[in-house]
Design a protein around this ligand. Sequence first.
Ligand SMILES: *[C@@H]1O[C@H](CO)[C@@H](O)[C@H](O)[C@H]1NC(C)=O
Ligand SMILES: *[C@@H]1O[C@H](CO)[C@@H](O)[C@H](O)[C@H]1NC(C)=O
Ligand SMILES: *[C@@H]1O[C@H](CO)[C@@H](O)[C@H](O)[C@H]1NC(C)=O
Ligand SMILES: *[C@@H]1O[C@H](CO)[C@@H](O)[C@H](O)[C@H]1NC(C)=O
Ligand SMILES: *[C@@H]1O[C@H](CO)[C@@H](O)[C@H](O)[C@H]1NC(C)=O
Ligand SMILES: *[C@@H]1O[C@H](CO)[C@@H](O)[C@H](O)[C@H]1NC(C)=O
Ligand SMILES: *[C@@H]1O[C@H](CO)[C@@H](O)[C@H](O)[C@H]1NC(C)=O
Ligand SMILES: *[C@@H]1O[C@H](CO)[C@@H](O)[C@H](O)[C@H]1NC(C)=O
Length: 847
Amino acid sequence: MMPPTRLAGTLIPAMAFLSCLRPESWDPCMQVVPNITYQCMELGLYKIPSNIPTSTKKLDLSFNPLRRLRSYSFSNFSELQVLDLSRCEIQIIEDDAFQGLKHLSTLILTGNPIQSLARGAFSGLSSLQTLVAVETNLASLEDFPIGHLKTLKKLNVAHNLINSFKLPEYFSNLPSLEHLDLSNNKIQNIYHKDLQVLHQMPPFKLSLDLSLNPLDFIQQSAFKEIKLHELTLRSNFNSTDAMKTCVQGLAGLKINRLVLGEFKNERTIKDLDKSALEGLCNLTIEEFRLTYLDDFSEDCIGFLNCLANVSAISLVSLYFNKLEGFPKDFQWQYLKLANSKFQYFPTLELASLKKFVFTDNKVLSPFTEVNLPNLEFLDLSRNGMFFKGCCSHRDLGTTRLKHLDLSFNDAITMSSNFLGLEQLEHLDFQHSSLKQANDFSVFLALKNLLYLDISYTNTHVIFHGIFDGLFSLQVLKMAGNSFQDNFLPNIFTNMQSLTVLDLSKCQLEQVSQVAFSSLPKLQLLNMSHNNLLFLDTLPYQPLHALRVLDCSFNRIVASKRQELQPFPSSLASLNLTRNDFACACEHLSFLQWFKDHRHLLVGAEQMLCVNPSDMEGVPVLSFRNSTCQMSKTIISVSVLTVLLVSVVAVLVYKFYFHLMLLAGCKRYGRGESTYDAFVIYSSQDEDWVRNELVKNLEEGVPPFQLCLHYRDFIPGVAIAANIIQEGFHKSRKVIVVVSQHFIQSRWCIFEYEIAQTWQFLSSHAGIIFIVLQKVEKTLLRQQVELYRLLSRNTYLEWEDSVLGRHIFWRRLRKALLDGKPKSAEGTEDAESSQHLATTPAWEGKPP
Ligand SMILES: *[C@@H]1O[C@H](CO)[C@@H](O)[C@H](O)[C@H]1NC(C)=O
Ligand SMILES: *[C@@H]1O[C@H](CO)[C@@H](O)[C@H](O)[C@H]1NC(C)=O
Ligand SMILES: *[C@@H]1O[C@H](CO)[C@@H](O)[C@H](O)[C@H]1NC(C)=O
Ligand SMILES: *[C@@H]1O[C@H](CO)[C@@H](O)[C@H](O)[C@H]1NC(C)=O
Ligand SMILES: *[C@@H]1O[C@H](CO)[C@@H](O)[C@H](O)[C@H]1NC(C)=O
Ligand SMILES: *[C@@H]1O[C@H](CO)[C@@H](O)[C@H](O)[C@H]1NC(C)=O
Ligand SMILES: *[C@@H]1O[C@H](CO)[C@@H](O)[C@H](O)[C@H]1NC(C)=O
Ligand SMILES: *[C@@H]1O[C@H](CO)[C@@H](O)[C@H](O)[C@H]1NC(C)=O
């Protein structure tokens, strides 16, 4: 038996080993387009995966350690059109490796250290057009077995070890070849005999790239009578002399496009001599390009005299600061001067020039007049240049101009309305600062203008006639500007042809209801990045051809009206992303509209509510009708609850004392009465109460104990509480002293009402009415209850005669005796508390 530690020590490495050996079919390739495109990049595959459909047309197997391609490796993929085998560590490609790939048009073998390439490796590739064998250790084209690939158009063998430019015989068998990229190889010398085969190839078809070869020498007349489409020689020479020799060696070449110069980060030539390019005189060139040459000083430009008959010339990144005095008879039609350190705008007088591109030069001086009578295309963008007056034919010396690009410059003062430039079709001012564009109809003369871009030109539109005259305009871009009061007025009149209108980033809040009424052909309207609050701020109904409406990045909450006007039926895309949608029930119809039009809306699924805060981040589409019905019930329930609570509160408030009475009843119960009667009276009648009532009842036989507020109420306790606790709860009866004053006192009436409740609550209790003086009927009537009681019940009337008094007291005593316990006596309580009786005058105070 193996000890457990030993066992683990054996098993763990074994498992690790097994996990390295997992079968490659376990790793699924990425399906980019089902049955068509598969991506198996960097999956550690050792062989071609077998789980890929045979219908696959594009297969990317790059970065897998395939190492060896055997015969018929791809026979299961007869439909393949593109096969990428970049960096698969392939060293050996056997005969017929690609046999069966009749439809393969592109084969990429980049970055494989091929050591053995069988003669028949590429056989069967009857449709191959592009073969990329960059960085494949290729040492010579001679042995490269591609002679039978008649369909080959592009051969890229850059970054190899090829040291001879001898083009093998089989090139005459490649009639379709258009591009041969031999850049970054080891070619130093080019001899006449190397290029013999080029004479047998179709003229002006082949483009040759020899950049980054350490060229030293080109034999005189090696290229004589050879006709190429393009030759590129960049970063080839390590000295002016080498360059001079080689350029001279090109003599006699007829070529459509010659590209010379260096790469931005591959500079080798120091101290360029003006003689270096003189050899160009012996070439026939259609188009000449020169890029990235340091020290390209003014005296070097003499070579341009050799290029007088060239039709297109492009000088890019050459660091010269002045360019002047070309003879007028130069035949240039196209001139490009870009990314060079011109400090002054060149004075040009070239009768032939039709197209002039002058961009990315950091010009410090203002634009100066040029005289280019045939100029049709002028691009002066990205120079940071300023224009004192723009624009008329006098500035340019042409009336044929169709395309004018002044974008990305400094200030441009609009001082003339394109006089003599009526042919203009394309006008671009974006990101320059337009001055005085608002003062008059600057574009009035441009009847033929199709395209106008004044985006980000600091234009503040006040003048409504700014676009007058632009009858043919199809595209108007004016993003990043502003309008008076952030209101878009009706400035697009007579623009019947307009199809694209960009008003994004214009801070717009309001739009005139007739702003778009004369744009029947408008297809794209961009209102993004504005401050619209409602979708129906836009009068989109007249836009019968509208296809794309971009209202993203606004502050749209919903629609203003309940029902949105229908959008034009042509609308195919509506971008409402990044707005402030309010997912609230008040916008229910808008949210329903949103759901109904989700097919139109860009990214509808991803759009989120912003308001109210509890809905923030919730997808707009997930807003439910039922939420609103629910909340309706919730609202009605809560409204009802609130109502109920307030009614109860009002009732409690109103009957607070009655309730206290009720509570008190329970607490005190029967037989605990301290007083025989609680006397309710008006303080105006206090004299009578003290002198008559108290004297007669408390000092008579039997004595009665009266509860009198001025005497018996406990000081410091709320009056209302006293009335109830001391008055009602501790008294058997209530004596109500009715008088004129009593009726008029709110407080007394209140006490009386409580007394009634009290009477109602305790059955043994009784109210004794004493009418002290005749009360006016009208006054009494105001107290309906009291009036009714007095007219229905008997009451004691105070009379100031001897007999009357006698009867009065007898009747009162009798009434008080009713229900009095036999043993009852006056309590000491009453005596002792008598001296405490200092009651405030409390009549009339609110409870
Ligand atoms: C892919 O091919 C399989 C088998 O040929 C077929 O069943 C399937 O429908 C195809 N899928 C697509 C998307 O064409
Ligand atoms: C081609 O497919 C068949 C059946 O799927 C398989 O048996 C065979 O090994 C495959 N051939 C190659 C070269 O992958
Ligand atoms: C230029 O290249 C040649 C050959 O490649 C070499 O002999 C020579 O020394 C190089 N000159 C400079 C200045 O690098
Ligand atoms: C090239 O042109 C020069 C004059 O610029 C002339 O002397 C020389 O013979 C020409 N060479 C060829 C090969 O045509
Ligand atoms: C340009 O062409 C004209 C006329 O065809 C010719 O006289 C002149 O020598 C040519 N110039 C150059 C530099 O090739
Ligand atoms: C609208 O303009 C914005 C910014 O100006 C831009 O990002 C967006 O792509 C434009 N929309 C359309 C549909 O062109
Ligand atoms: C709005 O959506 C359209 C269509 O997808 C897109 O072209 C446009 O760029 C979007 N707008 C913004 C500001 O991203
Ligand atoms: C939502 O309400 C609208 C009417 O307001 C109705 O047409 C629609 O069917 C409702 N949708 C759902 C899912 O209840």
